[in-house]
Design a binder for this molecule. Structure first.
Ligand code: ACM
Length: 569
């Protein structure tokens, strides 16, 4: 990177209309941007070198340093985007004065104290060397390195994201003038959920999503891997979960009870090796994967796979080809707890996340449990009067299993025992029954449920349906509505013992048979949710977002994302 002094380039620039400042195109919108508007454009026309240092001293002691690991990953990302050769150990790290251009990464404790682990500052440092510029990136921790490079990537020409572009012919202009960006997230939890149980897309599709999530500074991939319509994760102790549960004969299409079918089988699952590979791929990009194994409801694929385990009181005879089902695990059967424990044992070896999502949503009490002799007997023995209490018993046991395995439970807000759906669960006061180390995933029901949970000490992720469900059509949830989502609950107070961790947006895929449809449902709404998760509330602005979307649209075109074009005309 250096000032261009070439007469041709200066002449070309003189005839161009004024550009939006590249640094003002970044999504999510950074917290603070300042531009030296009298300065000259900045180009990254040489292969940058990356150094991790404090002052003038390198702090690199070996490739195991988390700073070096993150910097190497970020350097690879930059090299690939700019079509530069990737050196064997990432790019060269150096201590000496730069001969070419230098990106200097420095830990900054002050930044961490002020704005948390993910804070970074990018500044163009013209002092470093007379002829060559340097980007100085201050980071609160290694976690801030990859996000900082995503900001840089969004400032470069969209050819950065186009594998087919002639990268050598691209002029890598970074900005129209020197600048400083100071940036940090509003929320620590910025999640996208992918349902691969209803439709399976495969590792390439997931990695492509991970790349875009990282670009948007989203940091949690919530992976919904099991449901009525399919079981997508290899469990070695129960091979039929995938050999039987990973396949279905046909698929209802269009909408609920449409009576129309695809007329072909659907199948797919991830081997444990593939899962490990995807988890590592995500981790390299700053993303934690939270797996969801949905119990006790949404479990027809498991039950169809193992009828001999009597997982459910109403065994399905096959993996259902329609999505609306009333199948739930049998909470009175000890074999069920053994099964869930075995499955979780394998799940936790694959996912280092401290939190495991166990679903817990939508047990249809009236149809799954009401009138079942085993349930009625169990309730009598326990003195329960409400089916919700039976679910609470189940959830408590699973939370305890996870605690023993060193993990924490996360579940949809039904884990608190409310009868959200009028399914005959009752209104038993089950508060305080589930350990408050559990995370409540609020999606449905009165907001007072969330407020009470915060008062009771639970941390919450807000994924309320109307704003964050990406399966909803654009008439119901247009981009403007998605963007207007405010995750903080009315009546929330800073001294409540529970905390609002952040936001999730959910891609349920009952009616999403392929990757094109997946793109269409996700984008551009996911981009809006990414901004809500990261950008400070007072910095959000829909008109400005649409303006910045002009650049992001070019990025999506370069990446081949088939977004809903009408939303951002
Ligand atoms: C859900 O949409 N059933 C969480």
């Amino acid at each position: 990177m250096k000032f261009h002094t070439s007469a041709t380039i200066l002449a070309t620039l003189a005839f161009l209309p004024p550009l939006t400042w590249a640094q003002e195109q970044v999504i999510p919108r950074p917290a603070e941007i300042s531009v030296d508007k009298d300065g000259e454009p900045i180009y990254m026309d040489r292969q940058p070198e990356i150094r991790v240092a404090t002052g003038n001293r390198s702090i690199i002691t070996g490739t195991s340093s988390p700073y070096v690991k993150a910097a190497t990953q970020a350097a690879r990302f930059l090299a690939e985007g700019m079509g530069k050769p990737a050196l064997p150990l990432g790019w060269r790290f150096r201590d000496s004065q730069p001969a070419g251009t230098l990106i200097d990464i420095q830990p900054d404790e002050e930044l961490r104290k002020q704005h948390g682990d993910e804070a970074y500052r990018i500044a163009v440092d013209t002092k470093y060397a007379a002829a060559d510029l340097m980007l100085r990136i201050s980071v609160a921790s290694p976690k801030a390195i990859y996000p900082a490079f995503q900001t840089i990537a969004q400032m470069l020409p969209p050819a950065f994201f186009d594998p087919k572009a002639d990268k050598n012919a691209t002029e890598w202009k970074l900005a129209d003038a020197p600048f400083t960006i100071t940036d940090y997230p509003r929320f620590a939890w910025r999640a996208f959920m992918l349902d691969e149980a209803r439709h399976f897309y495969g590792a390439d599709a997931v990695k492509r999503i991970i790349d875009t999530m990282a670009l948007l500074k989203m940091n949690i991939l919530h992976w919904h891997l099991t449901d009525h319509g399919g079981w997508r994760i290899e469990i070695k102790k129960y091979p039929k979960l995938t050999s039987v549960g990973g396949k279905r004969r046909d698929t209802e299409i269009g909408t609920w009870r449409s009576g129309k079918y695809a007329g072909k089988p659907h199948e797919g699952h991830y081997t444990q090796d593939q899962i490990r590979d995807i988890v590592a791929y995500a981790a390299d990009r700053g993303i934690t994967i939270i797996p969801e194994i949905d119990v006790p409801g949404h479990a027809a694929a498991a039950c169809a796979s193992y009828p001999e385990l009597k997982l459910t009181l109403k065994q399905p005879t096959e993996v259902p080809v329609t999505f609306a089902q009333d199948v739930a695990l049998d909470p009175t059967n000890e074999r069920v707890y053994e099964f869930v424990s075995d499955v979780l044992d394998e799940v936790i070896t694959l996912f280092p996340s401290p939190i495991i999502h166990i679903g817990g949503d939508e047990v249809r009490f009236n149809t799954c449990w009401k009138g079942e002799p085993a349930i009625e007997k169990f309730m009598k023995e326990k003195g329960y009067t409400q089916y919700a209490e039976v679910q609470m018993y189940f959830t408590q046991r699973i939370a305890e299993l996870l605690r023993q395995k060193g993990r924490r439970l996360m579940g949809w807000n039904e884990i608190l025992g409310h009868d959200n759906h009028g399914d005959g669960g009752g209104t038993a006061d089950t508060r305080g029954k589930i350990d408050t180390s559990s995370v409540v995933h609020y999606w449905y029901g009165k907001p007072s449920i969330a407020i009470q949970a915060l008062k009771d000490g639970y941390n919450i992720v807000n994924s309320v349906t109307d704003y964050t469900y990406l399966d909803f059509d654009y008439k119901r949830t247009p981009l403007s509505k998605a963007y207007s989502f405010e995750p903080a609950f009315k009546g929330m107070a800073p001294d409540m013992p529970g905390k609002l961790l952040g936001i999730g947006c959910q891609m349920w895929t009952e009616w999403v048979p392929d990757r094109d449809r997946l793109d269409y449902q996700m984008y551009p709404r996911v981009i809006a949710h990414a901004e809500t998760g990261w950008t400070q509330k007072e910095r959000k602005n829909y008109a400005g977002f649409l303006k910045r979307m002009e650049n992001f649209r070019a990025i999506m075109d370069a990446k081949g994302i088939r977004y809903a074009k009408d939303e951002i005309k």
